[in-house]
Design a protein around this ligand. Structure first.
Ligand SMILES: NCCC[C@H](NC(=O)CCC(=O)O)C(=O)O
Length: 451
């Protein structure tokens, strides 16, 4: 590792490892891909391998790349809480017969999308200098709401040192405080170690603000304000912006489907925000960073909202490897869409922004549930001391990637349908796999079946 006295702060990416029950259940109303692919057979092994390939590649170019474990699924404590009893096998069978939707919700591998695991503020933005985490309550969907308790335990196991890390409880799980985590949160700065501007996007705000008509707005203004207060952010460097309701109605269920920020760059679709011009003015007026802010606005006539939702162009990762250059990490679907790919090439060639390269990844298994490159990762800015305090076994390098690939090959199926979710054998396989994983990642006991 570089000399601690001079090493700059980094933006680490913690990707969610896809779990053994990855499947397509059509659980997310307002998420176009989830609805479209409902009841298709899935391939959990391939899904986990695709995610690991991205982690491996980013680690290989010098990114600080971490991993967060999948959750225990099917989640028997949820099914028991909902009135199913007897042996595990009896619970699964009864749930399948009497409430298949509940079995599907209790079986989703949705914790893979760690952009929704929590909102994270870097220490330099927070009053007490620690990195602050608030796990998302994800209360809009049952299959996601059951993630919060395990996520809270996992984050404490990975970021354990309370001299460096501060963990808040998820917000009360009620519609008025709906919170979907970092997918609606962007931070802009000069260098990662400088104090930055924190932008929180929300879809449901004050009663007099416009709201979507067709699809739900999952993120609330009350939640974003509460998180900013809990994290001890400076009001002068924090803003809360309304998503344009019409884009939510076209499938933009999280803001990271239509905008992405990194360091000094904000890349967004012209319709992403209710008032993009006001947001740009606010950023310019409050900016203190060592670089000037750069706005890359994609016009509707170049990429329609429908094309943005179909290709996940804005769900790309914008990253800076250690040499300080900037590159886009896009899903294969962006490569395959002519207008989107032309736009990406235009951005990469345009000298007015620092984005200089693009890498394409096949993440199709996740994309079919509406999760692209950016959904799969939680960003955590860390200075040298904070980085050294992270659970060391959760960092990815070539060896750990190889160990996890082997683990996937040992434990995962390559085909799963709704019928399989009640198979007691799948539950056993999943628990055996996760028990081995907690040892591999040095996490201690984080799952209900281990407690
Ligand atoms: N950030 C991407 C999140 C995608 C996630 N999809 C899902 O949960 C689909 C699951 C299913 O339909 O089987 C969601 O909508 O919250």
């Amino acid at each position: 590792m570089a000399d601690p006295a001079t090493a700059p702060a980094v933006e680490a990416n913690f990707d969610g490892l896809v779990g053994p029950t990855h499947n397509y259940a059509g659980l997310s109303f307002g998420n176009v891909a989830s609805a479209k692919n409902a009841e298709q057979p899935s391939n959990p092994r391939l899904a986990a391998r695709q995610g690991l390939a991205k982690m491996r590649a980013l680690a290989a170019i010098g990114m600080a790349q971490g991993v967060l474990p999948p959750h225990e699924r099917p989640h028997l404590p949820t099914l028991r809480r909902l009135g199913f009893s007897g042996s595990d096998a009896q619970v699964l069978r009864a749930a399948q017969q009497r409430a298949p939707a509940l079995l599907a919700a209790a079986s989703s591998a949705s914790a893979m999308w760690t952009a929704n695991a929590a909102t994270v503020s870097p220490g330099t933005d927070c009053r007490d200098g620690r990195v602050h985490f608030t796990p998302a309550n994800l209360c809009f969907n049952l299959h996601r709401a059951i993630e919060a308790a395990t996520t809270a335990r996992v984050l404490r196991a990975v970021f354990a040192d309370d001299r460096h890390f501060s963990h808040h409880a998820p917000l009360p799980a009620t519609p008025a405080l709906g919170d979907e985590g970092a997918a609606n949160h962007t931070r802009l700065c000069g260098d990662y170690g400088e104090a930055g501007l924190e932008l929180f996007a929300y879809g449901r705000g004050l009663p007099d603000e416009p709201a979507p008509q067709r699809y739900p707005a999952r993120q609330t203004h009350l939640a974003t304000e509460t998180i900013a207060r809990l994290h001890g952010l400076d009001d002068a460097r924090t803003t809360h912006v309304l998503q344009r309701p019409s884009v939510i109605d076209q499938g933009v269920f999280h803001n990271d489907v239509i905008a992405v920020g990194n360091r000094e760059v904000l890349l967004y679709h012209e319709q992403a925000f209710a008032d993009a011009a006001a947001l740009k003015r606010w950023i310019a007026a409050h900016w203190h960073g060592s670089r000037v802010p750069v706005f890359v606005e994609v016009r509707d006539r170049d990429v329609s909202v429908e094309a943005a939702v179909g290709s996940y162009l804005f769900n790309s990762q914008l990253i800076c490897p250690p040499d300080g250059s900037m590159r886009l990490i896009v899903a294969q679907e962006s490569r395959e869409h002519d207008a989107v790919w032309r736009t990406i090439e235009g951005i990469v060639h345009d000298q007015r922004n620092p984005i200089a390269a693009v890498d394409v990844f096949d993440l199709r298994q996740s994309m079919r549930n509406g999760g692209g490159p950016a959904c799969l990762r939680l960003r955590v800015v860390l200075d040298t001391a904070q980085r050294a305090a992270v659970n060391p076994q959760c960092w990815i390098d070539g060896d750990r990637a190889a160990a996890l690939e082997q683990w996937v090959d040992d434990h995962y199926r390559d085909r799963l349908t709704a019928d399989d979710l009640a198979d007691p054998q799948l539950l056993d396989e999943s628990r055996t796999a996760l028990d081995a994983l907690t040892r591999l990642l040095g996490l201690g006991s984080v799952y209900d079946f281990q407690l």
